[in-house]
Design a protein around this ligand. Structure first.
Ligand code: CP
Length: 328
């Protein structure tokens, strides 16, 4: 298990200890203030180079990683994969090798194949690799920013100041994750983070949208969303991933929405302090009603906002942490 991501790759939250996760959340707390300044920049990674290579579509992850790197004063090399030499048949290995030859310290990457980030880490072992989402496997920075957002909301509601007691807020917390669990790398990373921090997690989905071997996951599986809704302190909806064929796992979209969508009626049955989350992008009117998505209980915009300080923390610890390791 990795006890700190200082100087390390970030490929999966499954391999991080609670302390490693808390270190990222506490470091991100310090970067929140930077993002509120008029001049949103610190010299922490001046002279360092971060490559951003997204082989799969992204709005939030890509923009917030590139923003994070720039706010740390790193130079950013952003490869437009659709107009790159991969279209002429260049392999992943040669593409990464070419970008590496330009002199990079880290690569942030997203790929449709589970395990692609691990593979790249073997091609360029001297470069820090940050997984921005690989197939169905992991989306570790989404898990971290979701945990950060929950901690921030709970701290505000309970009047907790500072980070010292922040991680304790998860003890006994009840998180319900709903929807397309089968295809969701976000669910896999969220569950790893929440369980490591001490929360109880339930997943609600039709049997067809549950992954194989879900009984080995550290969660309770429920099939009745209506039964579970009053239990939850946090309800996290997942996007029905039609690009991964999710549409063929449910009889009709309408039936999925009727049984597993967070409608206005269901949202009324939530506990008064419950938080509603969605990693985005949302299918409004499918997994979440548009009115619910825009309601005060929903923290979806805050999740996006927190992507920047959390990704600043990840880049800082992973890249600058390597210097600390060498110096010690
Ligand atoms: N949540 C998330 O990963 O969004 P993007 O696909 O827009 O990066």
């Amino acid at each position: 298990m990795i006890t700190s991501i200082r100087g390390q790759n970030l490929l999966s939250l499954d391999e991080l200890t609670r302390d490693a996760i808390v270190e990222v959340l506490d470091t991100a707390e310090a970067f929140v203030e930077v993002n509120r300044r008029t001049i949103k920049k610190v010299p922490a990674l001046r002279g360092r180079v971060v490559a951003s290579i997204f082989f799969e579509e992204s709005t939030r992850t890509r923009l917030s990683f590139e923003t994070a790197a720039k706010r740390l004063s790193a130079d950013v090399l952003s490869l437009a994969v659709a107009s790159s030499s991969m279209k002429k048949g260049e392999s992943l290995r040669d593409t990464i090798g070419t970008v590496d030859a330009l002199g990079i310290d880290a690569v942030v990457m997203r790929h449709r194949s589970s395990g692609a980030a691990l593979q790249v880490s073997r091609y360029v072992p001297h470069v820090r690799v940050i997984n921005g989402g690989d197939g169905l496997h992991q989306h570790p920075t989404q898990g971290l920013l979701d945990a950060f957002t929950i901690r921030q909301c709970l701290a505000e509601r309970r009047g907790v100041v500072g980070t010292e007691t922040g991680a304790e807020l998860f003890a006994g917390l009840r998180v319900l994750i709903v929807g397309d669990i089968r295809h969701s790398r976000v669910a896999r990373s969220d569950i790893a983070a929440y369980v490591a921090l001490g929360a109880a997690v339930r997943v609600a989905a039709p049997a067809t949208l549950l992954p194989e071997f879900v009984e080995q996951w550290p969660v309770e599986v429920v099939t009745d969303f209506d039964e579970a809704i009053e239990w939850a302190d946090v309800v996290a909806l997942l996007r029905l991933q039609r690009e991964r064929g999710s549409g063929s796992f449910v009889p009709t979209l309408g039936e999925f929405t009727t049984t597993y969508g967070l409608s206005v009626g269901r949202a009324r049955r939530l506990r008064p302090e419950a938080i509603i989350m969605h990693p985005g992008p949302m299918n409004r009117g499918v997994e979440i009603d548009s009115l619910v998505a825009d309601s005060p209980a929903a923290v979806i915009g805050r999740q996006v906002e927190n992507g920047v300080p959390v990704r600043m923390a990840v880049l800082y610890l992973s890249i600058a942490g390597a210097d600390e390791e060498r110096a010690s």
